[in-house]
Ligand binder design. Structure first.
Ligand code: XMP
Length: 507
């Protein structure tokens, strides 16, 4: 039985980060909504409570009955989690005199406390809270303080419950990993047996059992997730797996041929389908972004379904769904900014059973599994690319000529990033073809041609992103190359917006 830590999600932006940090300790964990603790699961060895956008005394604050959990299992509250435990135990939580945000240093530490083992005075932590715990019940022992925050960390005497008001999961909490390790390994007794190799071994065994001699079909996109899923399945069931790679015409320059070659090199049984004409004709004249997404999503399903129907006896549809796609998100605002679900209706339409071998993994773990499976680094480190491809990077209507123009400009930018050793430093990059023309001068000629925008961002999860501070000299070279080499473009801009309030893609 795979032992696990449960992370109760009270809606914090850093909940997933807690999960990733615990996994980095080779400890398996799952994130569940604050009110869905799996009481009957015997494999749970400890519980972490996340932060929250609420104050504990807000009417709408998320509340959970912690007592049955705390008397059975070790528990660690982080930020709101810590405040909530203190509050329901009879302590006092109040708005801080000034919002405590950013770096702080632990001045007093009880090093005999198991959570604080090995943490030295002066250790840096990251605070981010508007409220603070101002009084704790008698059975609470303060185990760390900062200059400003007396109850930076506490333990409930006689119980295995701790709380920290800072965020050990964020990078700037330098002692955060040690604190999480103290909790997960020393306090909960975690065996740290979760690794890419152990995941592959157990997943291949369970896929063999689950699928037997059944035939499986999988849609490849060129991205990391579907590629790793395919290689893993190939290891488990070999030729019973058929992969389908659809070219909707909105891929990058040469991508269809390059990726197909890569896949064949990996020994995958893969069928490439060039359906670009169908997509171009269905997209003709369409300018509205969500409509473009819907047309491509539906077209993809139709092409995939037609191709898969030619195969005999397929029983399963495999997908590269990963853990962040599966975590039940707490909808606090309930708004959809962009629909990213490219092929939502596929399993229903095809009447196939769904197989998602990566559904337990975070993105960095998918990459680690890919490496362990011996996949080439350029496939593993590929930037994310949206399912609808260049269609959402051509503002306005789409024509084959515009796609060709964008492919050329994009190729110069991406190849430039690679040549200058910058590709791995950015999360994602691409070029956007703008629906404007502007005046330029080339030789003695006046030109009136298109403008493009370069977009490159740094990020860890695409939820937030900063524009990449690429060197001016590099941007200058890319701009010159694009204007000189790409017919129809006479102006290049660099997008310096971060997310939020902008998004990574323009549409
Ligand atoms: P935004 O633009 O929302 O993008 O900041 C966040 C991440 O999602 C990708 N993206 C998509 N991926 N289908 C996809 O598969 C889509 O329709 C889609 N729209 C955006 C985007 O490239 C970035 O990595």
């Amino acid at each position: 039985m795979q032992e696990k830590i449960i992370i109760l999600d009270f809606g914090s932006q850093t909940t997933q980060l807690i999960g990733r940090r615990v996994r980095e300790l080779n400890m398996y964990c799952e994130i569940v909504p604050y009110n869905k603790f799996p009481h009957d699961d015997p494999s749970v060895i400890g519980v972490i409570l996340s932060g929250s956008p609420f104050s504990v005394y807000d009417e709408k604050a998320f509340k959970a009955d912690l007592e049955p959990i705390a008397c059975r299992l070790p528990m660690l509250g982080i930020c709101y989690g810590a405040q909530y435990i203190a509050y329901v135990s009879g302590g006092k939580v109040e708005p801080a005199a000034s919002r405590e945000y950013g770096r702080a240093h632990l001045t007093t530490i009880d090093q005999a406390d198991p959570l604080m083992k090995g943490i030295e005075p002066g250790a840096q932590v990251w605070m981010s809270h508007g409220d603070t715990i101002t009084a704790v019940p008698d059975n609470f022992r303060i185990v760390a303080s900062t200059d400003k925050v007396k109850v930076a960390a506490y333990r409930i005497e006689g119980m295995r419950t701790w709380g920290v008001q800072f965020h050990p999961e964020v990078f700037h909490s330098e002692c955060g990993t040690q604190i999480l390790r103290n909790f997960v390994v020393d306090i909960c007794g975690g065996k740290q047996d979760w690794s890419a190799a152990s995941f592959i071994e157990s997943t291949v065994a369970s896929l063999k059992e689950q699928l037997g001699d059944d035939k499986v079909v999988l849609g490849l996109s060129g991205g990391v997730d579907s590629s790793v899923a395919a290689v893993l399945l190939n290891k488990a069931i070999g030729k019973n797996l058929t992969c389908i790679f659809v070219d909707h015409g909105m891929l990058r320059k040469n991508e269809f041929a390059d990726v197909l070659r890569d896949y064949q090199g990996l020994g995958l049984n893969v069928i490439g389908v060039d359906a670009s004409e169908k997509f171009f004709s269905e997209l003709a004249g369409v300018t509205e972004p969500e409509r473009k997404r819907k047309i491509i999503g539906k077209g993809f399903i139709d092409v995939f379904d037609a191709e898969a129907s030619k195969l005999a006896d397929v029983k399963w549809l495999a997908q590269g769904t990963i853990y962040p796609d599966c975590i039940e998100s707490l909808s606090i605002t309930g708004t959809t900014i962009k629909s990213h679900h490219n092929v939502g209706g596929l399993p229903e339409k095809m009447h196939l059973k769904l197989c998602e071998p990566l559904r337990l993994l975070f993105k960095d773990e998918v990459r680690a599994v890919g490496r362990e499976l011996g996949m080439p680094e350029h496939l593993i480190k590929r930037h994310p690319f949206p399912g609808p491809g260049l269609a959402v990077r051509i503002l306005g209507d789409i024509t084959p000529e515009k796609v060709r123009t964008l492919q050329e400009a994009d190729h110069i930018f991406i190849q430039g990033l690679r040549d200058h050793g910058l590709y791995d430093q950015v999360w994602q990059a691409g070029v956007i073809l703008l629906p404007v023309q502007s005046v330029g001068v080339m030789g003695d000629e006046r030109t009136y041609e298109r403008a493009v925008a370069l977009r490159a961002v740094t990020s860890t999860d695409a939820m937030t992103a900063d524009w990449a501070h690429l060197p001016y000299e590099f941007l200058a070279k890319v701009s010159t190359d694009i204007i000189n080499k790409v017919k129809g473009v006479n102006r290049v801009c660099y997008d310096i917006s971060s997310k939020p309030p902008s998004t990574i893609e323009w549409e």
